[in-house]
Ligand binder design. Structure first.
Ligand SMILES: CC(C)(COP(=O)(O)OP(=O)(O)OC[C@H]1O[C@@H](n2cnc3c(N)ncnc32)[C@H](O)[C@@H]1OP(=O)(O)O)[C@@H](O)C(=O)NCCC(=O)NCCS
Length: 188
């Protein structure tokens, strides 16, 4: 499951489709110099680990996602992560009423600039009685840098009265077979 960037051109280096800075923002940060591909064993291992995560989605950094420094605004990134992870939790736990319970330390290690494409990877790491725990990594597809990692994001499924609800699942599904009951009637 992944989302293709909603851009006029999917090629981030395509200078024929520049995106102007939003009014009142600092605009894009200065262009970076060409990086070198890190082919060290450690970098290869990091890439392989990222590729094996259960779920990936991509986002294109738009003018409205920038901070005053002209780089990706942390609040936008955290909203994207939460949006993607909560839907992933709904599909895993078969419950539409999912709330974010806990986020472990977040270390923003690198950033992204306007026009970059970032990839969010999620890995379900454990199923509790009412909760699902995930790990998250975000990488910059252009520079290949690790933007952040979050070791633990805990979601809890609730019942109609807002109390934690036992889900009964112990492993990941790769199918769409746990659709919340209340949504099933909308499937043809
Ligand atoms: C989610 C909520 C109903 C849980 O209530 P609670 O009294 O903590 O419930 P419980 O103690 O039964 O815990 C529920 C689950 O959360 C887990 N949990 C609770 N506190 C946790 C913590 N600090 N870290 C990790 N997991 C935690 C428990 O282990 C349990 O999981 P399990 O059933 O799989 O073992 C309640 O905390 C709540 O409504 N929080 C607000 C959620 C919200 O609004 N999120 C959006 C914020 S922007």
């Amino acid at each position: 499951m992944s989302e293709t960037p909603r851009t006029p051109s999917s090629d981030p280096t395509d200078s024929a489709t520049p995106v102007p800075p939003a009014p009142g923002t600092a605009g894009p940060a200065a262009p970076r110099s060409a990086g070198t591909y890190d082919d060290s064993p450690a970098a290869e291992m990091e890439r392989a680990r990222f590729a094996q995560m259960n779920f990936h989605t991509r986002k294109w950094v738009r003018p409205e996602d920038l901070n005053a420094n002209g780089t990706l605004f942390g609040g936008s990134l955290l909203r994207w992560i939460d949006d993607e992870a909560v839907v992933y939790a709904m599909i895993q736990l078969g419950n539409q009423r999912i709330v974010t319970k806990y986020l472990s330390e977040i270390n923003f290690r690198a950033s992204a600039v306007q026009g970059d494409i970032i990839e969010i990877g999620l890995q379900a790491t454990s199923f509790g009685r009412t909760s699902l725990t995930m790990r998250c990594e975000v990488r910059n597809i252009i520079t290949e840098e690790l933007i952040l990692s979050i070791e633990k994001i805990v979601f809890v499924g609730l019942d109609e009265s807002g109390e934690p609800k036992e889900h009964g699942y112990t492993d990941i599904t790769f199918e769409r077979d746990r659709f919340p009951e209340e949504l099933r009637h909308r499937r043809s």
